[in-house]
Structure formats: structure tokens, C-alpha cells
Design a protein around this ligand. Structure first.
Ligand code: IMP
Length: 181
């Protein structure tokens, strides 16, 4: 499959196929392993979009890192437009105080979700707090936000697949593609 081949009738085109995603996630895992070697790291998936990325990324982190996993849920978009309102729906099971936290997100768009979430978590005094996102729409920021780990920068187009949805659909696609609207 070439990156331009559509694999689903809902897609205009494929941006990243399975092979490309797998290779980049392996690189991110290696980088995270180097950066946190010898430490205990709490990898926190932001539900629901990050779950497929998180599952692959966790397996790309080597045994040099002592990994714990946890999840948070925040309210997100209805359809393709930002509501602007961010609400925490599910909180961490354990206090983040004194822990190294790595938040895993599917995509950073306006930056509002992660700005709000990182501010909330920082108030609980983690030892460190970084963000790893599969995709980054840098040109869409409403607030400045720079994740430390980025899989791919993408232009301002609505994408689905590999965990990303449009009203809860298309998360199961094995690639990331631009949705036909
Ligand atoms: P932000 O607060 O605007 O940065 O939004 C981040 C969240 O918006 C992501 O976790 C996604 O749930 C959603 N989102 C933003 N852009 C897209 C997209 O192109 N496809 C699917 N979801 C998106």
C-alpha cells in the first residue's frame, strides 16, 4: 500500500499507512526509553483517541524504564469543531505528586485540551510532566503549546483512524487519513 492509496470509502486520502506509523512509533519508544532509563514513568493515556497509539508506544518502550499506565478522560469535540470547553471526566487513579508523568495524546490541535490538562496536573506537583502526541496540527493553535515528543506534524485537515474519530467512528482504521467531508 502506498501512502496515497485510500483504504476506506470515508477517506479522501491516507496520510500515514501502518508501516509508516509502526516505524515512527518505534523511534518514539526508543527516544522515551533513552530519556527515562532507570526511572519509573507513569504513562497516562488521554481517552479515547490515544488508545491505539498508546498500545503500540507502550510496547516500543524498553525494559530500562519502569512503566506504570493510567488514563484520564476529557471532554472533546462534537463533530469537527472545537467546543472550546474542556472538562475532566475521569481522573488519575493515583496522585501524580512526585511522579514522572508522560501524557499520551492522539493529536494536538488548538492546544486547549493539553494546556488545561497539564495545568491541572502540574497543580499536583509531579516530578516531571511531558506530552507525547502522535499528530500535531501546529498551525491550528489558539494557545501556545509545544509537546516534547511528536510523531508527525500535519496540516490543518480533519483526520481519522488509528484511534482518531469523527463522532466515535473510524477509530479502527489501521492508518491515519483525511476524512471526506
Ligand atoms: P485541542 O484541544 O484543540 O488541541 O484538541 C485536541 C483533541 O481534539 C484531540 O484529542 C482530538 O480528540 C480532537 N481533534 C482535533 N483535531 C482532530 C482531527 O483532525 N481528527 C480527530 N480528532 C481531532
Amino acid at each position: 500500500m502506498t501512502p496515497q492509496t485510500a483504504v476506506h470509502p470515508a477517506l479522501n486520502r491516507v496520510l500515514f499507512d501502518e508501516e509508516t506509523l509502526r516505524a515512527r512509533i518505534k523511534e518514539l519508544g526508543a527516544q522515551i526509553t533513552r530519556d527515562y532509563a532507570g526511572k519509573r514513568l507513569v504513562v497516562v493515556g488521554v481517552l479515547k483517541g490515544s488508545v491505539i497509539f498508546l498500545a503500540d508506544l507502550l510496547r516500543a518502550i524498553g525494559p530500562a524504564v519502569d512503566v506504570e499506565t493510567d488514563f484520564v478522560a476529557v471532554s472533546s469535540y462534537a463533530g469537527t469543531a472545537s467546543t472550546g470547553a474542556i472538562r475532566t471526566l475521569l481522573d488519575l487513579r493515583q496522585s501524580p505528586e512526585g511522579k514522572h508523568l508522560l501524557l499520551i495524546e492522539d493529536i494536538v490541535d488548538t492546544g486547549l485540551t493539553l494546556t488545561s490538562l497539564t495545568e491541572t496536573l502540574r497543580a499536583h506537583h509531579p516530578s516531571s510532566l511531558e506530552v507525547c502526541t502522535l499528530l500535531d496540527k501546529t498551525e491550528c493553535r489558539k494557545v501556545p503549546f509545544t509537546p516534547k515528543y511528536v510523531g508527525f506534524k500535519i496540516p490543518n485537515e480533519f483526520v481519522v483512524g488509528f484511534g482518531l474519530d469523527y463522532d466515535e467512528r473510524y477509530r479502527q482504521l489501521p492508518c491515519v487519513g483525511v476524512l471526506k467531508i
